[in-house]
Design a binder for this molecule. Sequence first.
Ligand SMILES: Cc1ncc(COP(=O)(O)O)c(C=O)c1O
Length: 410
Amino acid sequence: MKNSIIESSTHTRARLRMMYHWLSSTGHVKLLPRKTTGMSKNTVKASLGTEEIYDELIHLGSYNYSGLNGHPDIISEAEKALKVYGTSTSGVRLLNGTLDIHCLFEKKLASFLGTEDAVTFSSGLVANIAAITALCNEEDIIFSDELNHQSIVDGIKLSQAKMIKFMHSNMDQLESLLKKEPLYKRKFIVTDGVFSMDGDICNLDQIMLLAEKYNASVIVDDAHSIAAIGTRGRGTSSYFKLSKMPDVITGSLSKGLPGLGGYIAGSKELINLFRYGSNPYIFSASLPAPIVAGLLKAVEILEDSPIIMEKLQRNEQLLREGLKKIGLNTMSSNSPIIPILIGDRSLTFQFAELLHKEGIYVNPIIFPAVPLSKARLRINASSALSEEQIHFSLEKFEGIARTLNICKEG
Ligand SMILES: Cc1ncc(COP(=O)(O)O)c(C=O)c1O
C-alpha cells in the first residue's frame, strides 16, 4: 500500500525528480543546496559540497536588493520586539494572532505604497493565493502572463477561474484576447511587476490602459519590485508614475525588505475582504513580532534614505553594462535581477562553480524554473555591494567566460 502511494507520481513531482536525477548524475547537485553561514549581506560564507569549508564570497545571488538585511537599527528593533512578544504569535490573525505591531506595520506599508490599506500573510506565495482565491471564481476570466510566478498559477487553479495565458509582455496579444470576451464579464489581468527569472519589468502602464478599455481589474505581484524599483523602492506603480493604482498589489516581505511574509495592498474595502474572506488570513498563524518590528524599521529607513535606491541603481547599471561589455547576454532585463543567458545546463553549472571557486556566489537557474534550452546564471544587484566588489566580480566573469568560450566578440 505504502509503495503504491510513493510510486504514483504527480506532474510536479515528476518534473522535479527529472531535474534531481540529472543533477545527481552529472555531479552538479553540490551547487544548488550550497550551505551558507552568517548573514546574507554583500558577502556570504558558503561551502561547496559536503566538506563544509565556508569561504567568504561576494554575494551576487541574494534578494537583498536594498542591502538592508543586517542594518543595526533593524536588528535592534527586532531584538526589542523579541523580548516583548517572544518568537511566535501562537495564533491566527482572526483569533489571538493580531498584535498591535501588525496593525502599525500594515498602516505604514499602505502609506508607503500609496494605497488605502494593506494586510500581511505568512509569505508572498500565500499572499498571491489569498488574493486570487478570495477575488476570483469559476465564472471569471484571468489573463495571465506566461512567465508569471508559480504562486499566481497555483492561485488561479485553486480559484477555478478560466485562465487565459498571454505571451510574455505581449500587449498586442493581450488586447486581442481581451477583445474576444464580453465587456460585462468579470475579467482580471495578473502580472509579475518584475519577472523573477528574466529580470524585465512588466508593461504596467499599458496594462492599466487595456484594463480600463476592456473593463478588467489588475493584480500586480511586486515581490521583486518593493525595495527594488520605483521612488524609494515603492515598486512598479511608482516606477511608471501611475496616477491610478492597480486594483490589487501583492508582494513579498523577504526580498528587498529584509523580513519574511507577504502582503496585499489596495482599497480599504478590498483589504477587508482579504482579511475576512481569505483562508490564509483565517487559518494560518500570523508573522512573528521581531520580523514585523524589523520590517517597520526597514520601511522607515527606505522613506528617509533616497541614497539606498540611488546606490542600487548605480550598482545595477555597473553590473549590467560590465557584463554586456564582456559579451554576455543579459536578455532584456531592466531591474536589479540580471540574467546571463547561457542556454546549456552543464555549462551554466560549470560557470557557477568556477565563479564560486574564484570567490563569487551566483545562482544557476535551470528547468523547470526556465525552459530547458534557456539555462542561465542569475545575478542580483544590491545596494550593499561596493564598486570594488563589482569590478572584482566583472574581472572574474570575463576570465571564466573566455575560458568557457561563451562571450560574443564585439
Ligand atoms: C514573483 C514572485 N512572487 C511571489 C514569490 C513568493 O514570495 P515568498 O518567497 O515571500 O513566498 C516569489 C518568490 O521568489 C516571486 O518571485
